[in-house]
Design a protein around this ligand. Sequence first.
Ligand code: B12
Length: 216
Amino acid sequence: MTEQELLSRMEKAIIEGNKDEAEALAREAVEKKLDLSEVVEKGYIPGIQKVGDLWEKGEYFLPELITSAECMKAAMDVLQPEMEKAQIETKSLGKIVIGTVEGDIHDIGKNLVSSMLSANGFEVIDLGADVKLEKFIEKAEEEKADCICLSALLTTTMLGQKKLIEILKEKNLSGQYKVMVGGAPVNQKWSDDIGADGYAENAMIAVQAMKNLLTK
Ligand code: B12
């Protein structure tokens, strides 16, 4: 199978909700020593994006979404440890606390950002999804983190990103931690309006944006 065929089958496995296939293809990519970041970016992500489109068109319903999300997770469970192993032992580029804000259980995109950052030399503390705003700050304090990364996929939970920046101000902690925001409804304008330090539209761009942010 060529690399291109493998990538197309990955996309198809996510769209069709074939968990065994999604997982087996991830193992195959590892065995073939492919560039795993590229595999995620060009194989699995287009799959879940297609699922999103089908849902928006009303062709897919919640059960399909959940199944596809599970497939994505199964593939990432294989790929993430390998991506971390492959990372050359270097000094950590910075400590990041990441999570999806409270009220929001979407974690596929956040997991990708988390994997990419950790595969590229950042130390990542992933708090999961539906994380209380205070918890982000507590963890950042405890770990002496450099940056707090907030994911939000709902227009309602985006407000949590704004709120966290306000809480940091109230606690006189602005400046102590950089704040990076992301998620499908988030954009550069929103990031600027709420006073975040950084925004990235996808996981690959997030790595570069984080490097720029923490070396400024
Ligand atoms: C999969 C999915 C689900 C799955 C989530 C599974 C999981 N474990 O995550 C399930 C089925 C559980 C789900 C549930 C719901 N969902 Co939903 N879901 C989606 C869907 C189809 C895809 C999201 C996704 O994973 N995309 C793929 C990833 C790779 O992309 P991403 O998340 O955008 O992440 C990338 C970037 O945004 C960025 N990024 C993400 N986070 C961060 C963070 C930082 C710091 C940075 C820098 C970058 C970054 O990098 C990522 C990787 O490249 C979207 C549709 C869409 N088009 O987005 C709807 C969508 C987000 N869901 C929606 C809704 C309404 C819901 C529900 C309320 C449905 C319901 N009625 O119950 C519930 C939410 C419950 C809750 N409280 O959270 C709406 C939101 C509408 C809105 N405007 O608020 C959407 C847009 C669908 C729609 N068009 O109606 N959902």
